[in-house]
Design a binder for this molecule. Structure first.
Ligand SMILES: [Zn+2]
Length: 300
């Protein structure tokens, strides 16, 4: 019985994932979500019903348009698969409950924002606003008036923290360190998790962002021929490891601090001089922070 329910939840997830693909694509192209009917973006040919089956169609068509053999983006099956995982994981964690429905809704919003952010480097602020409103509603249903207060304060706190970081970028290097969508997204997280948890979620997001940002930053520096910063970073990581594991003494701490200062100077110099500052994916980091909090924290 349990397996049977899970099976249908996965099917619903797949179908909605298919719908999210349309939302992502058309929110980028500015088309209506309901019309026109699905067609190949290359040859504009209207698709048959069996071209729209989640994941299966991609496999049957071997990733190519039935009419013009144009390659179909791997984004479609990936989104369908991830939506299915969201549905299944939320059900397994929270069972049939309001909480489960809200979690599914928020994670779906995050998924859409992440994809538009990764694809076009713009995330839809409207989706963050919808997520924030549903967060306030959820907290009201959970704990009434106190829930609303905590939720609204969380929204304000999340947005202020991110806006402060973004503006400090203006002071430091003369441009916003982050986009406006990041402020909206942090506000949404605050509204969903409430004031008492906003700090934790943002902290998890910060840790998650390091996973993306450090390798991306180094790769970009390397590509632009800046071997100096790359070598300093590697030296810094190595000496930090040596300090931690082998020689936690005064001299090693001195060397670590020195390399740290040289690295910080090199990074500041490089972001000050380069006009084409590189895009860094903060929204996916927020999502990872939220995922961690939802599924692994006792406070949620
Ligand atoms: Zn085609």
């Amino acid at each position: 019985m349990e397996f049977y329910i899970l099976f249908w939840i996965c099917i619903i997830g797949l179908c909605l994932g298919s719908f999210f693909n349309v939302v992502i694509l058309r929110s980028l192209s500015g088309e209506s979500i309901v019309f026109p009917p699905s067609k190949c973006p290359k040859c504009q040919h209207k698709l048959f019903w069996w071209h729209n089956i989640p994941i299966l169609s991609y496999i049957i068509l071997r990733g190519k348009c039935y009419f013009c053999r144009e390659k179909i983006s791997i984004q479609y099956p990936i989104i369908e698969f991830l939506t299915m995982i969201i549905f299944a994981a939320s059900y397994l964690k929270f069972g049939f409950s309001w909480k489960c429905l809200f979690v599914i809704f928020w994670l779906s919003c995050f998924l859409i924002m992440t994809m538009t952010d990764l694809r076009e480097k713009v995330a839809d602020c409207n989706i963050a606003i919808i997520a924030a409103l549903s967060g306030i509603l959820y907290n009201f249903l959970q704990t009434g008036g106190n829930g609303i207060i905590s939720s609204v304060l969380g929204l304000i706190a999340g947005a202020i923290v991110l806006e402060a970081i973004a503006r400090s970028g203006c002071l430091l290097v003369g441009t916003r360190a982050m986009g406006e969508a990041d402020t909206y997204a942090a506000g949404a997280l605050g509204a969903i998790f409430g004031l008492q948890n906003t700090g934790y979620v943002l902290l998890y997001a910060l840790i998650a962002s390091m996973i993306f940002i450090i390798p991306m930053f180094l790769y970009n520096r390397y590509r632009q021929g800046d071997k100096y910063t790359c070598i300093l970073s590697i030296l810094f990581i190595l000496s930090a490891l040596v300090y931690n594991k082998l020689y936690p003494n005064f001299w090693m701490a001195g060397i670590l601090t020195l390399i740290g200062f040289m690295l910080a100077a090199a990074i500041l110099k490089s972001i000050k001089t380069k006009e084409n500052r590189n895009y860094l994916p903060y929204i996916p980091a927020f999502v990872l922070g939220a995922l961690y909090f939802i599924f692994f924290s006792v406070n949620f």
